[in-house]
Design a protein around this ligand. Structure first.
Ligand code: FAD
Length: 337
């Protein structure tokens, strides 16, 4: 077992960044009885975090089409942690659909993933009445969930405070100025310390209509992006997401056309929806697109959550806590200086 040089006992734990990675670290450390302070440079609206722009899908089976097995492992564990922390998290499953021209890609997706069953058109209509007559069949992943990032982050922050932690918004701090254990969850802002981090742009559009009702995310097989429609509260739907190797912000016309086209392809009634918002976020990623917990004495950096932050942040927090409590190392995710 790794001999941790971390200060133990009453040593305070400071977490930098209250996005989904930092929020989960703060929650599990506070619940374990540590003296936790969470610093966040934006205000409580969290507009500066990538997490603010995310889809919030908790979809380890769908993601296994392209992600490494470690993402499924962390994701499956995280589903339990979401359930424990927030029992009202919707676990209504996810749907994958395709139009006839993308049939081969649909079959490929089915082959590369597990945890699904096939629905014929009638079973699909029974599950999502709005999709009646729209698709010949679908893949249903019944155990997947989804959260609404802009609602779930404040809930996590409330829980941190309820567990005895302190949150300081509008607080831009430097790890070198802090005592005790420091957990750096700054996402892409940590790039000066983690030089191989990059941003992968994801664009999204929020629309509103009462013409379509969905209870779960619907992924549309698409030749270029894994496009999806996620139901939000108040008749809103998030359309996401592109994945572009660029670090500018904003939404291009091409991406907007593709996202809106995908919504229209899922249901033509989306054409009458009101556009509420265009936005984009930069996913923090390492060259291998895998998450990393980097340990350097009393400083721990949790980063590279890429397109899986909501899916894996709880399990990453549990690993960090096991390391601090017992020196336990996870060889797939942790790197020790
Ligand atoms: C369009 C889109 C869709 C996505 N959909 C999904 C999805 O469906 N499911 C999923 O699991 N993931 C999804 N993701 C990925 C997910 O959003 C990211 O993996 C996740 O948000 C990364 O979280 P983080 O906490 O590491 O970074 P962030 O959310 O960026 O948080 C870092 C925080 O640190 C703060 N900070 C930086 N420097 C300092 C400082 N010096 N002092 C104090 N605070 C500081 C920042 O203000 C920020 O709030 C999506 C991403 C995008 C862009």
């Amino acid at each position: 077992m790794y001999q941790s040089k971390l200060p133990r006992g009453d040593s305070p734990v400071t977490i930098i960044g209250a996005g989904v990675a930092g929020a989960w670290q703060a929650l599990l450390f506070a619940q374990a009885g540590h003296d936790v302070t969470l610093h966040e440079k934006s205000d409580a609206a969290m507009m500066l975090s990538t997490s603010h722009w995310a889809g919030g899908m908790l979809a380890p089976w769908c993601e296994s089409e392209i992600a490494e097995p470690v993402i499924s492992r962390l994701g499956l564990r995280s589903l339990d942690l979401w359930r424990q922390a927030l029992p009202d998290t919707p676990f209504n499953g996810s749907l994958v659909v395709a139009h006839a021209r993308d049939r081969n890609d649909f079959e490929r997706f089915a082959k590369l993933t597990s945890g699904h069953r096939r629905l014929d058109a009638a079973a699909l209509a029974a599950l999502e009445p709005s999709l009646e007559g729209r698709f010949r069949d679908a893949l249903f992943f019944p155990a997947e969930g989804h959260v609404e990032p802009r609602r779930v982050l404040p809930k996590l922050h409330e829980k941190i405070v309820a567990a005895g932690g302190t949150i300081r918004f509008d607080s831009d701090v430097n790890a070198d100025d802090l005592d005790g254990i420091v957990i750096d969850c700054r996402g892409l802002s940590a790039r000066e310390a983690q030089k191989d981090l990059r941003g992968v742009k994801g664009e999204m559009i929020l629309i509103e209509t009462d013409e379509v009702q969905l209870a779960r995310p619907v992924r549309l097989i698409h030749p270029r992006w894994p496009l999806y429609v996620i139901p939000r509260e108040n008749n809103r739907f998030m359309l996401g997401a592109t994945s572009i190797e660029a670090e500018d912000t904003g939404v291009s016309v091409r991406s907007a056309l593709e996202l809106l086209g995908a919504a229209y392809a899922v249901h033509p009634a989306f054409a009458e929806a009101r556009i509420v918002e265009f936005g984009s976020g930069l996913r923090p990623a390492f060259p291998d697109n895998l998450p990393r917990i980097a340990i350097d004495d009393r400083k721990i950096a949790v980063n590279g959550l890429y397109r899986h932050g909501f899916l894996i942040a709880p399990a990453l927090a549990e690993l960090t806590l096991s390391f601090v409590a017992r020196g336990q190392i996870d060889n797939e995710v942790m790197r020790c200086a």
